[in-house]
Design a protein around this ligand. Sequence first.
Ligand SMILES: N[C@@H](CCC(=O)N[C@@H](CS)C(=O)NCC(=O)O)C(=O)O
Length: 88
Amino acid sequence: MTLQSPPLLELYYFDACPYCQRVLKKIDQLKIKVSYLDIYDNTQHMEKLLMITGRKTVPCLFIDGSPMFESLDIMNWLEKHSEQLTKI
Ligand SMILES: N[C@@H](CCC(=O)N[C@@H](CS)C(=O)NCC(=O)O)C(=O)O
């Protein structure tokens, strides 16, 4: 995937999820700007995740509105596109 402009990144997650933690660590390492949506901190986030994807599974990274599941896929995608992403 070639990115035309830096995409909006939104991560649905919760703290106690180990798969989320490894994605959070990768985001931190790469210093990528991401919006965080904790699904237990705010039930509206979980409802939105369920409404859009039909699933409650996290981590889920929305890339310009398109959901990506699987922590390893998300980490690989972030790594691959890191240079084109907005940094903090
Ligand atoms: N293989 C997935 C596992 C993700 C997973 O099992 N997440 C748990 C939380 S730790 C979850 O969301 N379970 C609830 C569900 O799938 O509905 C990954 O690596 O992302």
